[in-house]
Ligand binder design. Structure first.
Ligand code: PHE
Ligand code: ZN
Length: 849
């Protein structure tokens, strides 16, 4: 019988493993249906651990033979692993198992993708390869021998002997099993070299399927830039003779930082101007950097247990954000990060799936690779850096690498390093790791005789399991402007620590206008009654790019909410102020492109809910459409001028300057299409020589309902390119009118190229539908039902991707009674599925709680 109540794991239950692993020797005899894995492992009793039964994790393994010190043993097996009587002292464990990579559809452990063997072991996939203490605090040196006919056979570390039908690898750096990787297949490489700061020569390769060689150059440049940057900024040098990246088509996530052998979802590494958009290029650069940076923050220093996931992920996201800011534009990156927090993390923090940056319990760790752990985890580090300053941050990081190199560490270790390096007490700051929820900050002002006082109040709403919250440390970056627009107080950091706290500024000649939460200095919601005039003033004068952008966004939110709730007409003062910014050609086109954007419909729904309204997706859609049409007409003169500025004469390059121009051009084209019915878009589609322009044009044509020919032409052109076809599938749903999107999605699931077992393709169609706010929330519930059908189907094959996608229902309690009932029914239908996976089961249970 299936266990009805899956086990919950608690942070407070941590106990070290009873043995240390001295070394691991693995031999793989590859065969799609029957791969043999032989393991020879030296175990030594761990003096720091309590006495315990010898238990090794193992799932879906057929045990062929096991021996201890050469004597055959008969372990007791369960669905989770095995136990066995073992000697008191050190011993040699030898074990042979059989696995079937070709049957592994979960894409966890050893599996096959297009005839190629590959592995994914984070978080708990190694236990599907052999019996092992599959926990990150057990670290060991691995030697691997791969036997098979595949021309290329890769594993972690440095290459050893190779010969007819075999290849050996040795990784000298002790690592947890989740960083193990093996790849074998018919692959070709894009080679390069890098010389490290100490003059060590490193071989670099990007491995791809034959035919994709031409899409590796950009990723390789990104890798070399990342290696150099980590040396320059963090003093971190690469530590093996070789660094391999492999592109695989079937992958649940973006990429994986396996030691010396990063495995990438092909969508996150393959790039060419003809097939990839500017956004793809930027994302690839950031993910290559992210995985590379893990070599120090994640691999050399890893996590003691999975509750500490943010130790590596928050820090590595923070590092890749610094890298992108340095490579491209810092203000643009900051604005994009704020959009990400508001668009993805705030909804999580404000709904049934809310959890602390360091969770305290879980059933399935795969469900905690979230925006909270990653992005809020990075924001927490950003706050720490603001509080201690750049110099002390650098000191603390040096100490972290010195003190913990080779360790499986905790958040306590991390914070202690900052306390020791700076003398600061971080006990209150630590609440950022333990309290879930988005703090709300209200502000009141007082002005008398040259003294200006700001009073802040902070409240963090209750979240599941956490009814009461204590005040957190909020670094509030503030500037003050004179009524004439001059800055009288440059950015200063106020440290809010109390539930209510005041700060005064003296010697001012006039009552200033405050610019608060500059640079998005903390992941909080500001609740402040600000007049439109004051926001318009900040839009015109703020020196802080984030706040200038935010002033316009907030005016946009107010405008749309007034349109939705009061039937108001668009706010022309805002649009005129914005127009002045858009006309200012001293401003970076990328920044102006962001300024041109309006808050997403999902974001509007979130804010409406935050303010006590029930969001009506149809009304939100209509208001957004009305506003867009209004802007197009009002800016009819401005658009050609911006289009001219956005034009790029030089050959395509994904550099920040060109990308910014094309982003501005995309904003212009969207409005232009409302005036010319798609003429400009058709012209751009016909003449485009790169995917960014081609896809932008196609999106506009779909929105204009002039898409039949263009979609067919695009399909004909790109039918053999999987990654481009993902875009084709996604776009015609994402850009469709809300009343037809679900039928389109339904029809596309019948398309011969809809390979639903491929996560990228599944996400393009079903994720595309879920991301279309008005279409997903169509009043008849058709989208909810379609998604539930497909999630139920996918769960048997791929629990991890199913569970992640199920999270799109997390906002269900915000909506009206009818939609709530329909979403609840969809969730209950998923919950009732026979043999529902632990992954999906945990997610729907939390959402229904
Ligand atoms: N550790 C990976 C990263 O952030 C993400 C990942 C998690 C990939 C689990 C696969 C499986 O870089
Ligand atoms: Zn990561």
């Amino acid at each position: 019988m299936k266990d009805a109540s899956p086990q919950t794991v608690y942070l407070s239950d941590y106990t070290p493993f009873g043995w240390q692993v001295q070394d691991v020797h693995l031999t793989f005899r590859l065969a799609p249906e029957a791969t043999r894995v032989l393991a020879r492992i030296h175990f030594v009793p761990n003096p720091d651990a309590p006495k315990q039964e010898f238990f090794l994790h193992g799932e879906d393994l057929t045990l062929i033979h096991a021996a201890i010190d050469g004597q055959t043993v008969s372990p007791v097996q369960s669905a989770e692993g095995l136990t066995c009587a073992v000697p008191d002292g050190p011993f040699l464990w030898e074990c042979e198992v059989e696995i079937a990579p070709a049957k592994n559809t979960a894409l966890e452990g050893l599996y096959m993708s297009n005839g190629m063997y590959c592995t994914q072991c984070e978080a708990e996939g190694f236990r599907k390869i052999t019996f092992y203490p599959d926990r990150p605090d057990v670290m060991s040196v691995f030697t691997v021998r791969i036997e098979g006919d595949e021309p290329v056979k890769l594993s972690n570390g440095n290459p050893g002997k190779t010969g007819e039908g075999f290849a050996e690898w040795h990784d000298p750096w002790p690592k947890p099993a989740y960083l193990f990787a093996l790849v074998a297949g018919d692959l070709v490489n894009h080679p390069d070299r890098f010389t490290t700061m100490n003059g060590r020569d490193v071989e670099l390769n990007i491995w791809v399927r034959p035919g994709d060689e031409g899409k590796c150059a950009f990723g390789m440049e990104a890798l070399k830039k990342s290696m150099k940057w980590d040396e320059d900024v963090y003093g971190r040098e690469y530590d093996l003779d070789i660094f391999n990246i492999v592109a695989v088509d079937d992958f649940n996530m973006g990429a994986m930082e396996n030691k010396g052998l990063n495995v990438f979802n092909s969508s996150c590494v393959l790039a060419s101007p003809e097939t990839s958009t500017d956004a793809n290029f930027e994302r690839i650069e950031a993910i290559i950097a992210h995985e590379y940076f893990h070599n120090w923050t994640g691999n050399r220093i890893t996590c003691r247990d999975w509750f500490q996931l943010c130790l590596k992920e928050g820090l590595t996201v923070f590092r890749d954000a610094q890298f992108t800011a340095d490579m491209r534009s810092a203000p643009v990156k900051r604005i994009e990060d704020a959009q990400m927090m508001r668009g993805r993390q705030f909804p999580e923090d404000q709904g049934p799936l809310a959890h602390p940056v360091r969770p305290e319990s879980f059933q399935e760790i795969n469900n905690f690779y979230t925006a909270t752990v990653y992005e809020k985890g990075a924001e927490v580090i950003g706050m720490l850096k603001r509080l201690v300053g750049d110099e002390d941050y650098a000191k603390a990081l040096d100490l972290y690498f010195d003190r913990h190199d080779g360790d499986a560490a905790t958040i306590e270790d991390w914070l202690k390093v900052f306390e020791d390096a700076t003398g600061r007490d971080l006990s209150q700051f630590k609440r950022w790791y333990s309290q879930a929820g988005t703090p709300r900050v209200t502000v009141t002002e007082d002005w008398s005789e040259g003294t200006y006082t700001l009073t802040f109040r902070q409240v963090t709403p209750p979240t599941p399991g956490q009814p009461d919250k204590a005040p957190q440390v909020i670094p509030m970056a503030v500037g003050l402007l004179n009524p004439n627009g001059d800055e009288v107080q440059p950015t200063t950091l106020l440290e809010i620590t109390e539930a209510e706290q005041s700060f005064t500024f003296d010697g001012l000649s006039a009552r200033p206008v405050p610019s608060l939460l500059r640079d998005f200095s903390a992941p909080v919601v500001m609740e402040r009654e600000v007049s439109r005039e004051e926001r318009a003033f900040l839009l015109a004068h703020d020196t802080d790019p984030f706040n200038r952008w935010d002033a316009s966004q907030m005016l946009g939110v107010e405008c749309l909410i007034a349109m939705i709730t009061e039937g108001a007409t668009p706010d022309t003062a805002w649009l005129d102020g914005l127009e002045r910014v858009l006309r200012d050609d001293s401003l970076d086109p990328a920044f102006r492109a962001l300024m041109m954007g309006t808050p997403s419909q999902a974001e509007l729904a979130r804010v409406l809910h935050e303010r006590g309204h029930t969001p009506d997706p149809d009304a939100i859609w209509n208001a957004a459409e009305t506003l867009a049409q209004f802007r197009a007409e009002r800016w009819a003169d401005l658009l050609p001028r911006l289009a001219a500025e956005a034009a790029v004469d030089a050959p395509y390059s994904p550099d920040a300057e060109q990308v910014g121009k094309r982003a501005l051009g995309a904003g212009v084209l969207a409005l232009q299409t409302r005036l010319d019915g798609g003429k400009a878009a058709q012209a751009q589609f016909d003449s485009a020589d790169n995917m960014t322009l081609q896809l932008t044009a196609l999106g506009s044509l779909v929105r204009a309902g002039r898409d039949a020919e263009a979609l067919a032409a695009f399909e004909e052109q790109w039918k053999d390119d999987r990654l481009v076809m993902d875009k084709w599938f996604g776009l015609q749903i994402g850009a469709a009118a809300p009343d037809v999107a679900v039928e389109r999605a339904q029809a596309l699931t019948q398309h011969p190229a809809f390979d639903w077992k491929n996560p990228n393709r599944f996400r393009a169609v079903l994720g595309g539908l879920a991301a279309h706010h008005a279409a997903f929330h169509r009043a008849d519930g058709a989208s909810y039902a379609l998604l539930a059908d497909w999630l139920i189907r996918l769960d048997d094959l791929n629990p991890q991707t199913t569970a992640r996608m199920a999270a799109v229902f997390q906002t269900w309690t915000r909506y009206d009674e009818d939609r709530r009932a329909l979403m609840r029914a969809a969730l209950e239908r998923i919950a009732a599925k026979l043999n529902l996976s632990r992954d999906t089961g945990e997610m729907v249970t939390r959402m229904l709680a």
